[in-house]
Ligand binder design. Structure first.
Ligand code: PLP
Length: 437
């Protein structure tokens, strides 16, 4: 739905961002914005951190680029070792890219390459989930279940089947696993390469946390059919949920994890594909280079940035802080939901917090899509100096709205209170009549 609210926004000149410090961004007119979205789930260590800027300068002075065709860099090796230590065992091998879409695409290519090495070149299909997001390229939109994006690219989409349910709060792990199993059998397990999912949903469905046993059941179904399990941790990876990787809240080991965003906190474009030993061994055993071609893969400057960010996260125990501040912020938001009639109870893990918005909270009746509720709230947020991300739809229909909060890991308690105060004014001014009813 191309909404009027958004059309107005795109027509208006956007503010020019000129500086950032911690959770704050300042524009050219001197207005300050509290970055409650971590600038779309990217900013982990905060804006304007001198140590990161210094690490970038040091690397740029030493060596900004050496092609991955001939070299690896020290920064790349050190970052790969650090990530291997954070990821679940035995995912120890890292391949770098410049963004989430590119890395998901690499993961798909690696998964298919692995199947061919197993002598199963007919395993070509990738399974995704309805209402998921995996990126903006043709392959990643094909994998994703975001209807608006899919409609826009309909003539180009690849025929990837979808499991038609997202981890709804009321769904059981077994019913989801059964659905996945049925889908694989319907398509023929000898044609299915991999299943891709976000351990905790991002913007498209707003931080829905699957119940215990969910990913364990998915893992078992994948194992039964020689289907690889790829965890898209572009949003959840590198600490945001209160563990280094979101999947670590469950007892399931994916074959491949894809991470980006918090890896480099926005100081450089960077993403990583972390693979299980059994895949890496097959790739090395094949005695050929992985058939992946990206000029900037392993860019030394980007890797040095990621290394500095990850060392900073470890030094200041920011993963633990996500857990602690997430609980604090969720409690404040739960109190606010008692005062704001359209606000449902917050959900999520760590500093990835979803807020459902209902026309009637008790019956969970959504606003119609045409009311453009999340768009109004996001726009009102900007006017109140609050950067928010919103999403739309539910499993049942295109109606319904939610917000997704993901502030930098360094947010303080007083900044959490300031965020909630601004959110309160944002809600009051956004919906005027709807809210006062
Ligand atoms: N996967 C998920 C879960 C995402 O949220 C995103 C981006 O928001 C991507 C993949 C694509 O990442 P990028 O925009 O860096 O290409």
């Amino acid at each position: 739905v191309e909404s009027d609210v958004l059309a107005d926004y795109w027509r208006a000149p956007r503010p020019v961002a000129v500086a950032g410090r911690g959770v704050w961004i300042t524009d050219a007119a001197g207005r300050r914005y509290l970055d409650a979205a971590g600038s779309v789930h990217v900013v982990s260590v905060g804006h304007g951190v001198r140590e990161i800027a210094e690490a970038i300068t040091r690397q740029a002075e030493r060596l900004a680029f050496a092609s991955g065709r001939y070299f690896v860099s020290e920064a790349q090796l050190d970052l790969a070792e650090l990530i291997g230590g954070l990821a679940p065992e035995p995912l120890n091998h890292c391949y770098f890219a410049s963004g989430g879409s590119e890395a998901i695409e690499l993961a798909l290519q690696m998964a298919y390459y692995w199947q061919t090495l197993q002598g199963k070149p007919e395993k070509t299909k990738f399974l995704g989930q309805f209402r998921s997001y995996h990126g903006g390229t043709i392959a990643t939109v094909s994998l994703g279940g975001h209807q608006t994006h899919r409609d826009r690219l309909a003539p180009y989409l690849l025929p990837f089947p979808h499991v038609c349910a997202t981890p709804a709060e009321h769904a059981s792990a077994n019913s989801f696993a059964e659905q996945l199993n049925r889908l694989i059998l319907e398509h023929g397990s000898d044609t299915v390469c991999a299943f891709v999912a976000e351990p905790v949903s991002g913007t498209t469905s707003g931080a829905i946390v699957p119940p215990p046993g969910w990913w364990e059941a998915v893992r078992a179904v994948c194992d039964a059919h020689d289907v690889l399990f790829i965890a898209d941790e572009v949003v959840t990876g590198f600490g945001r949920t209160g563990r280094s990787f979101g999947i670590q809240h469950w007892n399931a080991t994916p074959d491949i994890i894809v991470g980006s965003k918090s890896i480099s906190s926005g100081y450089a474009p960077l993403a990583v594909v972390v693979v299980h030993d059994h895949l890496a061994e097959a790739f090395h055993g094949a005695n050929r280079r992985l058939p992946l071609r990206l000029t900037y893969a392993g860019n030394p400057l980007a890797c040095a940035t990621g290394l500095a960010v990850q060392q900073y996260i470890l030094r200041y125990r920011l993963v633990e802080r996500c857990q602690e501040m997430g609980e604090y912020l969720r409690a404040l938001l739960a109190d606010l939901s008692a005062e704001v009639s359209v606000m449902g109870l917050p959900r999520g893990l760590g500093l990835l917090i979803g807020i459902p918005i209902w026309r009637d909270v008790k019956s969970r009746a959504p606003f119609p899509r045409a009311a453009q509720i999340q768009e109004r709230i996001v726009m009102s947020g900007l006017r109140h100096g609050l950067i928010l991300v919103g999403g739309t739809g539910s499993d049942e229909s295109e109606d319904g709205d939610h917000l997704l909060l993901s502030p930098p890991f360094v947010i303080s308690k007083s900044e959490c209170r300031s965020l909630v105060e601004r959110l309160h004014s944002t809600f009051e001014h956004a919906l005027g009549e709807e809210l006062s009813n």
